[in-house]
Design a protein around this ligand. Structure first.
Ligand code: GLN
Length: 221
C-alpha cells in the first residue's frame, strides 16, 4: 500500500474557461483574484491539460453550435466521465443540461437536470437577489441574473445548492459538476469560484494518484 506521504503533492489545479463565445474573460479575471492562472480553452486538445472547465454565460445556441463545429462534444463527455470538474454558468448551464423546456439548442446532457431558458421573461430579464449557497459559508451571495434559466427538474444524486425565495432552484451540483443560473463572475465575490477550484483540486489529485480510489476502498474494507 502506498502511504499518503508518497502521493504526489499537487500544485494549483489547472482551470480552463471555454472561450468560444460569452463572458469568459470575466471568469478568468475572477480566478486571477484568487491566485489561479486560468487558460482560455479554444481547442479540444486543451481539455486534456486541465482539471476543471467553466462554460461561461453568453448565448447557449451559439455555444452549442461552436462546440459541435470544433468537435468538442465527445471528448468533453469523456473528460467529465473520467472526473474532470465542470461548471456551467447561465448559458453554460443550458449547454450541459440533460433536456430543455425549449426547442433549441440540443443540450449536451452532461448533468442530469431539466432547464428552462429565459425563465424570468423579458420584463424582468435582469435582476439581482441575495441567495444562500450550500457549501459557501458566511453572508448570502449577491447573485446577478441576466435572461437567466432555471432548473426545472433534477435527476438522482443532483443536489440543489441554491434556490430563490419562491423555491426555484438556481444552482445545483452532482459530484464535480456544478451549474448556476446566475453570474458570480460579474460580482467581486470570489467564493463560488473558490468552491469550483476545490472540485478541480479533487480531480487533479485523482489524476496524480490514479490508485487513490482503489486504496481508499481497500482501506475502508
Ligand atoms: N438566455 C441566454 C441563453 O439562452 C443565456 C443568458 C446568459 O448567459 N446570461 O443562452
Amino acid at each position: 500500500m502506498v502511504s499518503s506521504l508518497n502521493r504526489n503533492t499537487p500544485s494549483q489545479p489547472r482551470i480552463g474557461v471555454l472561450a468560444l463565445q460569452g463572458d469568459f474573460a470575466e471568469h478568468i479575471h475572477m480566478l486571477g483574484e484568487i491566485g489561479i492562472h486560468a487558460v482560455e480553452v479554444r481547442k479540444v486538445e486543451q481539455l486534456f491539460e486541465i482539471d476543471g472547465l467553466i462554460i461561461p454565460g453568453g448565448e447557449s445556441t451559439t455555444i452549442v453550435k461552436l462546440l459541435m463545429r470544433f468537435e468538442f462534444v465527445d471528448q468533453l463527455r469523456s473528460r467529465v466521465e473520467s472526473g474532470m470538474a465542470l461548471w456551467g454558468t447561465c448559458a453554460g448551464m443550458i449547454v450541459i443540461a440533460r433536456e430543455l423546456a425549449d426547442s433549441y439548442p440540443t443540450p449536451l446532457n452532461l448533468l442530469d437536470i431539466g432547464v428552462s431558458r429565459n425563465y424570468f421573461g423579458r420584463q424582468v430579464d435582469s435582476f439581482e437577489a441575495e441567495i444562500d449557497i450550500e457549501g459557501i459559508d458566511g453572508e448570502a451571495m449577491r447573485a446577478v441574473f441576466i435572461r437567466a434559466p432555471v432548473v426545472s427538474d433534477v435527476g438522482d444524486g443532483v443536489v440543489k445548492i441554491a434556490s430563490l425565495d419562491d423555491g426555484q432552484a438556481v444552482a445545483v451540483k452532482k459530484g464535480r459538476v456544478l451549474a448556476s443560473s446566475f453570474h458570480p463572475e460579474l460580482t467581486t465575490d470570489t467564493r463560488m469560484h473558490s468552491l469550483f477550484v476545490e472540485l478541480a483540486r479533487e480531480a487533479q489529485i485523482d489524476t496524480l494518484n490514479p490508485t487513490r480510489n482503489a486504496e481508499e476502498i481497500s482501506n475502508t474494507a
